[in-house]
Design a binder for this molecule. Structure first.
Ligand code: NCD
Length: 304
């Protein structure tokens, strides 16, 4: 039995197979419409979510399976003091696979240790968000035709943004990637990440101004300032609108640069950018369903 805790749980070859499957699902959805008949996915979300939870639910439903779950901790027995380990033992009796989001780093891992069914980490605190990373990689591979040989700018909250941490972790396994970290001083990427890049000899640059680096980028990954992880409101208010990508800034970018964003967006991308063909964040959300379908099939051993 396999779980998904980090994007590194799959080799790059396994990821390629997963993405091929996701592309096939996109082209031939009918082929997979009954693949998970009789199977149940549990979504255990201890933290707010729109996309991740609903895209998991959509993915399982499109595979012909069913979904049970809860969308916030207060409606589960966690509010009575039940541990994640006990909850997963119970969920294991009710479902065949579980997607779990939790504000505590490592909670899905604790669950996986006691689980009789595959557990998918759907985001744990500021740590990892592997299914968002699978979504990001599938989007890049499908729209750029490759993973590797590009300069990627990651912009915004690089300190608390788990999607950023997961994506960097996953990208270091591909050739010839140059990272540009664009953030205010207070929201810089954590040292453990830059130390890892130094150890591996992977080039990176840290800058504050987006405009300065825009012309060099093949991909721009925008992120929201993670309000819920701030210790005080004042810092959040000061930093929340530090970056606003608008049409005039985008004129500095390459014609084929892609703008990604895990969403939800707050103010960091003006709505006028949505109509630019380089803005692919809504397409990215669609890829998120295909890749979660491929993941569910793979973890349930139904990929063939
Ligand atoms: C992200 C998350 O939850 O980390 N959202 C998502 O799953 N697409 C990004 C965010 O909340 O900013």
């Amino acid at each position: 039995m396999r779980h998904l805790m980090s994007p590194l749980d799959f080799t790059t070859e396994e990821l390629d197979s997963l993405f091929d499957l996701a592309n096939d699902i996109e082209r031939n959805p009918d082929k997979y419409a009954h693949a998970c008949e009789g199977k149940i996915l549990a979504t255990c979300f201890y933290e707010p979510s729109t996309r991740t939870r609903l895209s998991f639910e959509s993915a399982m439903t499109r595979l012909g399976g069913r979904v049970i779950g809860f969308a916030d901790a207060s409606s589960s027995s966690a509010s009575k003091g039940e541990s994640v380990s006990d909850t997963i033992r119970i969920i294991s009796c009710y479902a065949d696979i579980c997607a779990m989001r939790h504000p505590k780093e490592g909670a899905p891992m604790v669950a996986a240790e006691k689980s009789a069914i595959p557990v998918i980490n759907a985001g744990d605190g500021g740590h990892q968000h592997p299914t968002q990373t699978l979504t990001d990689l599938l989007t890049i591979r499908s729209l750029k035709g490759r993973l590797g040989n590009f300069t990627i700018g990651l912009c915004g909250d690089l300190k608390f943004g788990r999607t950023v941490h997961s994506l960097i972790n996953a990208l270091v396994r591909y050739d010839n990637i140059r990272f540009v970290f664009i953030s205010p001083e207070e929201l810089k990427v954590p040292d453990y990440i830059t130390d890892m890049l130094k150890d591996k000899g992977i080039p990176y640059q840290e800058v504050i101004r987006l405009e300065q680096i825009m012309p060099a980028l093949d991909l721009l990954y925008m992120t929201r300032v993670q309000k819920e992880r701030f210790f005080n409101e004042e810092d959040y208010v000061r930093l929340k609108d530090f970056y606003i990508l608008n049409a005039s800034k985008l004129t500095l970018a390459k014609k084929d640069m892609l703008v990604l964003h895990p969403l939800p967006r707050v103010n960091e991308i003006s709505v006028e950018v949505d109509d630019d063909p380089r803005a692919v964040y809504f397409k990215q959300a669609q890829f998120g369903v295909y890749v979660r379908m491929a993941l569910i099939l793979t973890l349930l051993g139904k990929e063939r």
